[in-house]
Design a protein around this ligand. Structure first.
Ligand code: GRF
Length: 210
C-alpha cells in the first residue's frame, strides 16, 4: 500500500502540484491524502480541490497560540491517516514539539543548496554573494531552521543577467523535479536515516541543470 502523505503549504502550491502529478503518473510511490494551508486564499487549496484531494484550511489567525494551531494541524493530519508530512512552501516555523513528533517523517524543500543560505530571500542573497551555483534541497526537518538530513539536492547555474525572479524560476523548476524524487526514495524505503545523514544505496541524489 502506498505511503500516505499530507502536504502543508502557504502559497501557490506548485510543489504540491508536482508531488500530486508524480504520484498520479506512478513516478512516486506515495499517495497525497491531504493538502492543508495555514491561511485563507492559499492557491494550494484550490489546486488540491481541482485534483480531487481533500483540502483543509487550518487558519493560523483563528488560533490564539502556536500550540493551539499546531494541535489543530496535527489533528487534521492524523484524521487523514498520513504517514509522512511534506512542507511545500509552508511559511510557518514549527515548534520543536511538532517536529519531534514527526521525527524522520517530516520533509521540507528549501530554495538553496543547504547549508548555504538558510532562511528567507535566498535568491537575492545568492546573487549578492556571487555564487555561480545555486539550487534547492529536500531534507528531513529538524528543530533548527533549515537543518536536517539531506535527501536530494538540485543544482542550477546562476546566469549572467539573472535577477532574483529569473533565478527563483530556475530553482523552482528544479524543486519540482527534486521533491517527488526525494519523497519516492523515502516512500520506497530506498534510503534509511542514519542519525543526521541519509544512507542506503540511493543516498545522496543530486540533479544538475547545466
Ligand atoms: C518554493 O520556492 C519553496 O522552496 C519556498 O516557497 C516556494 C513555494 O512555492 N519555500 P509553491 O507554493 O510550491 O509554488
Amino acid at each position: 500500500m502506498a505511503v500516505r502523505v499530507a502536504v502543508l503549504a502557504s502559497g501557490g502550491g506548485s510543489n504540491l502540484q508536482a508531488l500530486v502529478d508524480a504520484c498520479d503518473a506512478g513516478r512516486c510511490a506515495a499517495r497525497i491524502v491531504l493538502a492543508a494551508a495555514d491561511a485563507p486564499g492559499a492557491g494550494a487549496l484550490a489546486r488540491a480541490e481541482r485534483a480531487g484531494i481533500p483540502a483543509r484550511l487550518v487558519d493560523r489567525g483563528a488560533h490564539p497560540t502556536r500550540e493551539a494551531f499546531e494541535h489543530a494541524l496535527d489533528a487534521v493530519i492524523h484524521a487523514h491517516g498520513a504517514d509522512l508530512v511534506c512542507l511545500a512552501g509552508f511559511m510557518r516555523i514549527l515548534s520543536p514539539r511538532f517536529v519531534e513528533a514527526w521525527h524522520d517523517r517530516l520533509l521540507n524543500v528549501h530554495p538553496s543548496l543547504l547549508p548555504a543560505f538558510k532562511g528567507l530571500d535566498t535568491h537575492r542573497r545568492a546573487l549578492e554573494t556571487g555564487v555561480r551555483l545555486h539550487g534547492c534541497t529536500v531534507h528531513l526537518v529538524r528543530p533548527a531552521l533549515d537543518d536536517g538530513p539531506i535527501l536530494v539536492q538540485g543544482a542550477v547555474p546562476v546566469r549572467e543577467g539573472d535577477d532574483a525572479a529569473t533565478l527563483a524560476a530556475r530553482v523552482l523548476a528544479m524543486e519540482h523535479r527534486c521533491y517527488p524524487l526525494a519523497l519516492d526514495l523515502l516512500a520506497r524505503g530506498a534510503v534509511r536515516i542514519d542519525g543526521e545523514r541519509v544512507a542506503g544505496a540511493e543516498r545522496g541524489r543530486l540533479l544538475v541543470d547545466r
